[in-house]
Write a protein that binds this ligand. Structure first.
Ligand code: 5GP
Ligand code: MN
Length: 340
């Protein structure tokens, strides 16, 4: 964080404030971990703080300290409205454009209070008085650590804060293996462990709580795997019927796309998931090396993300979305063949 940002933030937080902390739609481990970590920190400093999400988050995160205090717009609509309308400061976490909050977008666009963005996605929109945006960061949760550090708050790190930030960093770095994981990330992790984050317990709580239905769904996904060697691409599809047959619950398909990317020689992987309720096909994209799935998602599927992890959607059926996807690939043949 630069000096000017630190000064602006320090001034904003000088006296106790009503603060809303908002994450993106379909919040993941980083959005929830960063928001709850910041929540405990700001509460500790005497601010009246609430965490607001557009919709529910996966069950494997429903043990994080403070997660029961999170309110969601789809369920606690009136309370969320009041929280946003009465807030004096709104922190937006782990996203770079207000429309990433789904149904909450309009409410946030109308709010005239001071926004603070903490995020690591490229091309941030300009809506905040403080835009703490850094695409070199492993995760928004790591940025919350640096934010706390800049406010001389490291001594205030509690096991609750440390556990949330650890979980956010761990989930967004694929357990510390993605390229954005740096020596600084590991130094932060060390501090979080010293402050009471139990690495083994956090890992177990998040990754070793699979339901048998989830593993059966993974079996279906792997059966549906298709490989296009000429484009060094692999993709998976899951239909609504397959989701229903395996009692799909939010978060069950998290990480499936990584199996497609793990195939030797593959640099581009996609998963297409039918969502009949919303009338869309949800798309997750991953790459290894220089091929930008952020650009691919922005250009063709109404989405975005990072260079190696992005998402988007199509209003077409599962089959037609995949047909579209395959028809686009020749335009990227050179980029895919030369990706390294
Ligand atoms: P996932 O594929 O795990 O849902 O998301 C991977 C990355 O892409 C995350 O950083 C997420 O924020 C971003 N992302 C996922 N879906 C969308 C989308 O519909 N629009 C945009 N702009 N980003 C997305
Ligand atoms: Mn993130």
């Amino acid at each position: 964080m630069n000096e000017e940002t630190i000064q602006t933030i320090t001034k904003l937080l000088e006296s106790p404030k009503r603060i809303a902390i908002v994450g993106h739609k379909n919040p993941d481990g980083d959005a929830i971990g960063a928001s709850l970590g910041l929540y405990h920190f700001l509460k500790g400093r005497g601010h009246n703080t609430k965490v607001v999400m557009p919709n529910d988050f996966p069950g494997f995160l429903k043990w994080l300290p403070g997660c029961d205090d999170v309110i969601t717009y789809d369920k606690d609509t009136q309370e969320v409205r009041e929280t946003i309308q009465k807030a004096e400061i709104i922190f937006t976490m782990d996203f770079n454009a207000l429309n990433r909050t789904g149904d909450l977008t309009e409410l946030l666009e109308k709010a005239t209070v001071d926004f603070v963005m903490i995020d690591h996605h490229p091309q941030p929109d300009d809506y905040a008085v403080v835009t703490y945006s850094d695409i070199t960061m492993s995760s928004t949760s790591q940025m919350v650590y640096h934010f706390i550090e800049a406010l001389n708050g490291v001594v205030e790190l509690s096991p609750e804060i440390a556990t949330n930030l650890y979980a956010g960093i761990m989930t967004d770095t694929g357990s510390f293996r993605f390229q954005a994981t740096t020596a600084t990330t590991h130094n932060v992790i060390a501090k979080l462990m010293e402050s009471g984050a139990d690495n083994s317990e956090i890992h177990q709580n998040i990754y070793d709580t699979n339901s048998p239905d989830k593993l059966k769904l993974l079996g279906v996904a792997l059966k549906n795997l298709e490989i296009l060697p000429e484009y060094r691409t692999a993709y998976i599809s899951i239909s609504q019927e397959e989701l229903d047959d395996n009692k799909f619950r939010k978060g069950d398909t998290e990480g499936f796309v990584n199996y497609a990317l793990s195939i030797k020689g593959i640099v581009f992987a996609a998963i297409f998931i039918e969502n009949k309720q919303e009338g869309i096909t949800k798309i997750s994209l991953r790459s290894n090396g220089s091929f930008s799935v952020n650009d691919f998602a922005r250009n063709h599927f109404n989405g975005g993300g990072h260079i190696n992890a992005a998402g988007g959607r199509s209003d077409k059926s599962l089959e037609l979305t995949i047909t579209d996807f395959i028809s686009i690939l020749p335009n990227y043949k050179n980029a895919l063949i030369n990706a390294s």
